[in-house]
Design a protein around this ligand. Structure first.
Ligand code: GLC
Length: 477
């Protein structure tokens, strides 16, 4: 008995500490316009992420092969780094995605049920997919063959097309820039992903980098219509106090040298300026603890539990973040189950599709989107505008809720699983007189209480999808 109590107390303490840590990771916003927008963003549930640039021509991992860290995703095909980097930069001269058709993408995303878009306007390699005035390493420069195409300002075309279909638009922007001499100064070698000179010794150079970053982001905020999200990647570019720098060095694995410095790009000032142009703008300074990270972004994973702050899982749908030859896409079943799981835990799914070098999406991507769209056509009510509700997920059943009177229980069907004639749900209270219906099926279903559970009869032959079906429970209050 004593042991049991100690065990329970320890468990409680763990849970309390864990939840506290979770909440501590998030600093709520105070700007009422941003708060409103974040609330609306949490209704959207499903978005599209795209990684695209000259690197797509080689079907390699975006940007990382010009970084000298000895990580799997940085490995390059060439023996000689210097030659490789030159060839990599020359990719600009052959990038000509003549089949680029943003209107078709936007339509497919909309039909799939996606409600927002995040596009790589600039990845770590520094190549700009927009018409910036501040570098010639860009899609609209005369060295890039696509510059003469009427759709040359790719970012603008994409934002316009998706906005026209009613989607929100978001700019992915990498804070580190491996092409800028203000970040990787050619005077020094480039040992890793960080700024390669001492910011303390060369403050004027760093200041130029800060100005460069501010100028580019302000171009995006000013010349590209209404923007909803600024999604900043490269969390190592951040302000660090002297103490933090010292601590980071102390914890450093010396075999993997990292140049940890205060890389302050004056985010508060930048965000203030950005919101003057784009009131209510959601800012996601990824992986940087503080109020400029309006939501958190677990990367290519789905958290095991509901999280007590706004969040979004970004997930690869096939291949890598950027285009790879013969990418295998996840099944519609997997995507739908993932979306449901995420929504039940209170998050959004940002699904990545990688455009190919010629400006096309793989057929596999379209097929996947169609399958998701078909399911959402029937079950959208259980997804959009819902909020998480305990017990979130129990076995094959995920719960969502809308207002006080509606609960949805979504049953995830495995491949080849026979639809059950009856299911049992627990963990929620269904008062007598409540009505239960299956989305896509007109007639009401029978249910009865059995102890702490409710047994619900499922009209097996009428279930409209073999991926998952939804019980809509209208609670009698
Ligand atoms: C990873 C990759 C990066 C990519 C990001 C998307 O951090 O290294 O290249 O942009 O995931 O979330």
């Amino acid at each position: 008995m004593k042991h049991k109590i100690i065990f329970l107390l320890t468990l409680l303490l763990h849970t309390a500490v864990y939840s506290q840590q979770n909440i501590d990771r998030y600093i709520p916003e105070t700007d009422p316009l941003v708060l409103l927008k974040l609330e609306q963003w949490q209704d959207l549930k499903f978005g599209l992420l795209m990684h695209w640039g000259p690197y797509s021509q080689w079907g390699i991992v975006e940007s990382w092969s010009i970084c000298s860290e000895d990580e799997g995703w940085c490995r390059r095909k060439s023996e000689n780094y210097t030659d490789y980097k030159k060839e990599y930069e020359n990719l600009q001269k052959t990038f000509n995605p003549v089949h680029f058709d943003p209107v078709r993408w936007a339509r497919a995303a909309k039909e799939a049920g996606m409600k927002y878009l995040v596009f790589t306007t600039k990845h770590h390699d520094g190549f700009c997919m927009f018409d910036t005035k501040h570098t010639d390493y860009k899609i609209t420069d005369k060295k890039t063959p696509f510059n003469t195409n009427p759709l040359a300002n790719i970012t603008k075309e994409i934002f316009d097309a998706f906005r026209a279909e009613g989607l929100w638009t978001g700019a992915y922007f990498s804070k580190p820039d491996w092409h800028s001499e203000y970040y990787w100064w050619p005077n020094f070698a480039t040992p890793d992903r960080n700024v390669n000179y001492s910011v303390n010794n060369y403050p004027e150079r760093w200041e130029k980098f800060v100005q460069y970053t501010h100028n580019q982001i302000m171009e995006l905020m000013t010349d590209y219509g209404k923007l909803d999200i600024l999604w900043l990647d490269g969390g190592w570019v951040k302000k660090r106090s002297d103490d933090e720098v010292k601590k980071a060095y102390a914890n450093m694995n010396t075999e993997k040298p990292a140049r940890i410095q205060n890389q302050d790009i004056r985010m508060d000032e930048l965000v203030k300026k950005a919101r003057e142009k784009q009131p209510g703008l959601i800012v996601v300074d990824r992986a940087v603890y503080g109020k400029n990270q309006n939501y958190l972004t677990p990367e290519n994973t789905v958290p095991g539990e509901a999280l007590p702050y706004p969040w979004e899982s970004c997930i690869i749908s096939g291949g890598g973040w950027s285009w790879t030859a013969e990418a295998k896409y996840m099944s519609g079943r997997k995507a739908v189950h993932m979306l449901v799981d995420i929504v039940a835990k209170g998050g959004n799914l940002l699904l990545n599709i990688a455009p190919g070098p010629d400006g096309r999406w793989d057929e596999g991507a379209y097929k996947l989107l169609e399958e998701i769209g078909e399911w959402l056509d029937i079950n959208s009510e259980a997804i959009y505008g819902t909020r998480a509700i305990k017990p979130y997920k129990e076995g094959k059943i995920c719960y969502t809720s809308k207002g006080k009177n509606k609960i949805f229980a979504i049953y995830l069907l495995e491949e080849g699983e026979e639809i059950p004639g009856e299911i049992s749900i627990g963990g929620i209270e269904i008062p007598r007189g409540s009505r239960i219906q299956i989305l896509g099926v007109e007639s009401k279903v029978k249910w009865r209480r059995s102890g702490d559970y409710y047994n619900i009869t499922v009209p097996k032959d009428k279930i409209p999808s073999c991926l998952a079906f939804t019980l809509k429970i209208n609670l009698m209050r």
